[in-house]
Design a protein around this ligand. Sequence first.
Ligand SMILES: CC(C)(COP(=O)(O)OP(=O)(O)OC[C@H]1O[C@@H](n2cnc3c(N)ncnc32)[C@H](O)[C@@H]1OP(=O)(O)O)[C@@H](O)C(=O)NCCC(=O)NCCS
Length: 192
Amino acid sequence: MSTAQSVRVAGGDDIDVIVALCIEARETPQATEEQAGKIARQVRAVLADPGTVSLLALADDDAAGFALLRPLGPSALYDLPRLQVEALYVRPAHRRRGLGRALMRAALFQAERIEAPDVIVLPIDGSRKTERFLAQLGFVKIASHRVIDTETLATRLGPGVTPQTSRAATRQVLARRRMMARASDGSRSDPQ
Ligand SMILES: CC(C)(COP(=O)(O)OP(=O)(O)OC[C@H]1O[C@@H](n2cnc3c(N)ncnc32)[C@H](O)[C@@H]1OP(=O)(O)O)[C@@H](O)C(=O)NCCC(=O)NCCS
């Protein structure tokens, strides 16, 4: 029996499903309830951003994958609009049946809609399978990312930026985010 596959732009009713897929894609099955709640709040904030287009892939009406797209306007260093694919994920049981390509086809449609000549896929999971999938579609590497933790960077930048000030600033930012998250949780659970 064949599976009916489709991809559509996700709406408000799909948020819980996409949050669950994001948690799965982040490979955090061991997440505590608190960690899962934090991830869910973060993902909800991304999905609520009007600058993000969420795509949901379905297999026989079951959620099978998703993609998060960000249409970008011209920037200081680049003159043309671009479409950035910030997440791309198909559940393992539904892979190698064309859903990844179907998600990319929907991404292409969004790129054409904003007349973007390029589609950029942010580094996804870095696995050979994903690299191969993108390479087969013709994606090439255009840049390499480098990363450092803020404490080490503060140390390397020397006097004036001490790890302590960086840690204190980080703590302040985290405390502010926690307060905002608590405030927004409270306002959501208010009875109407
Ligand atoms: C990369 C990824 C999106 C591909 O999804 P997918 O649904 O398997 O993609 P497709 O089925 O369209 O294509 C995959 C391969 O199966 C092949 N294929 C498609 N339909 C097929 C079929 N019916 N029979 C056999 N092979 C098939 C495709 O040709 C493709 O081969 P290639 O890799 O050699 O190009 C998926 O592997 C994935 O989600 N990986 C994990 C990514 C991740 O962890 N993201 C988390 C951070 S966001």
